[in-house]
Each structure stands twice: as C-alpha cells, then as structure tokens.
Design a protein around this ligand. Structure first.
Ligand code: 5GP
Length: 261
C-alpha cells in the first residue's frame, strides 16, 4: 500500500489516498486552532502525541467491540484508516457542564450532570458549527433515525469506557466530541466511529487539582500544552515502550511558534 495524493486538509489533520481504494492515511498536524479559526498556532509535537493517544483509545475501543476506522498506526504522525463518508455532525458528550454549555445556558461551570448529555452540532466551519436538534438531523437528512439511535448507544458505551479508563489514571473526563462515518461493506452502510479522540477533542481535568490537561490550555492561554498532553500520554502508559516517540523527545519538541492570535 502506497501513499497517494492529498484528498482533504482540515484544521488538525490531512487525509491522503492510498493505492487501496478502501483505505486512507490520516496525518496529524501540529496546527492548533480555536474559536472557529480566529486563534491559530503551531505547537511542535502536538500531532505526534495526538496520533499516539488517539491510536491507544481507538484500539481499546475496538477491543470492547466498538467498531472504528483505525487500521494501524504507521509512524509518528500517520495512521492507516478505513475510508468512510463522514456524517456532518459533531456529537458532543458532556459529564460536567463547562465551555459553551455554561455560556449558552448560564449553568454554573463545573456542575456535575446527573446523566451524560449528548448535543449535536452541524459540522460546518463557515457557520461556526451551530448547535442543532435531533429533528434538524432528520429534517435535512444529515443522518437517519436508525443511524442516530445506533450512534447514541455507541456514544454512551464509549463514554462509560472512557470515564473508567481516565478515572484509573487520575483524570476526570469532562466532555468530548466524536465523529462517525458510514462504511460501505457489500453495498450496505454501517456507521462506525471515525476522526480522533485526543486531548484536542476532550476536556480532561486532573482528578485532584482540576488542572486542565487538554486543548483549553491553548484556547484559554493556560500555559504550555505539550507538557499536559505528554502527562496524559504518560499516565496512559503509552510513552514508556521502545519507540520513536519518548517523553524526552516530545518535551524537546515543546517549543511553541505563534503564527497569529
Ligand atoms: P464546547 O462546546 O464546550 O466548546 O466543547 C465541548 C467539547 O467538544 C470539548 O471537549 C471540545 O474540545 C470538543 N469540541 C467541540 N467542537 C470541537 C471542534 O470543532 N474541534 C475540536 N477539536 N473539539 C471540539
């Protein structure tokens, strides 16, 4: 299997074709963006860490039977993934109220939610990823009822698994974003988990100190992001093995080059 031409470039990743029509390569960039692209930076080493952390989480999800697009990690920045048709919805899962939820509804920051709350946003940067209802999804045929029912069940299993996984390493899973895609097999569409799960897409707070170990460090200027992402990777136990990514290497990569604010 050989790497082919660039198919798509997003804010944090690039997708390349391969010689296998069913597989593509996902490349993790070092670019960090926030507030609908108004704040932009390059943070050396971020892509390497997200590649490893996302590989770890998606592999673990596979092991508990949650189908996803990951085939294998290729190198420091790339993974082979199954080509899917991305459903144009960002599925947000919240265990604790913070971020846009608190701003939108005036809920006190840090309020623990009795049940996980699922929100839907239309995946459209030009519109600022607006919040939508389940009815909007059906009205505009972004997905059908069967797909959304399956996604909701899957999301709750993912949330349960991830809460436990992070609790075990002293981290609270506050909220996160998921994306799903349609995989065509034998002419039939199956909805599977896609994109990435990393500190870029989750809010992760230290269980004892509430220190932010996620992209809010960049969004809110809370200090270096790389040591926080490295801390998450170390606690998950993925920076100890013999490989071309080590805590030392990543720390060396931690200089932050600001392009613009
Ligand atoms: P909020 O709606 O509070 O800004 O975000 C809720 C959760 O979803 C956070 O964990 C945030 O990181 C994630 N999230 C929402 N939209 C995006 C997005 O466009 N990109 C990324 N990387 N994460 C997002």
């Amino acid at each position: 299997m050989k790497k082919g031409k660039k198919l798509y470039e997003g804010k944090a990743k690039i997708i390349y074709a391969t010689t296998d029509k069913d597989l593509v390569i996902q490349y993790f960039k070092d670019d960090a963006t926030a507030f609908n692209n108004q704040k932009k930076t390059t943070i050396e080493g971020k892509g390497v860490l997200n590649n490893r952390i996302s590989e770890y989480i998606l592999s673990n999800l596979s092991q508990i039977g949650i189908k996803n697009h990951l085939v294998k990690r290729l190198n420091m920045r790339e993974q082979v993934i199954k080509l899917v048709e991305i459903i144009p919805i960002e599925f947000i899962v919240r265990n604790v109220a913070t971020g846009s939820l608190t701003k939108r509804l005036g809920i006190e920051d840090g309020t623990i939610l009795k049940e996980p709350l699922i929100e839907y946003c239309l995946k459209d940067d030009s519109l600022g990823d607006p919040l939508i209802s389940e009815e909007h999804i059906y009205a505009f045929e972004w997905a059908n009822k069967k797909e959304i029912e399956k996604v909701k069940k899957t999301i709750l299993r993912i949330n349960d698994f991830m809460i436990g996984m992070f609790r075990g390493i002293g981290i609270k899973l506050i909220d996160f974003k998921l994306e799903f895609g349609r995989l065509k097999t034998n002419g039939k569409n199956e909805v599977i988990l896609a994109d990435e799960i990393s500190p870029d897409t989750c809010r992760l707070w230290d269980s004892v100190t509430d220190k932010k170990l996620d992209k809010d460090r960049f969004r809110k200027d809370l200090g270096d992001l790389i040591p926080a992402y490295t801390e998450v990777a170390k606690r998950l136990g993925i920076l100890h093995e013999q490989s071309n990514v080590s805590a030392v290497n990543v720390t060396k990569l931690s200089s932050v080059k600001k392009k613009s604010k």
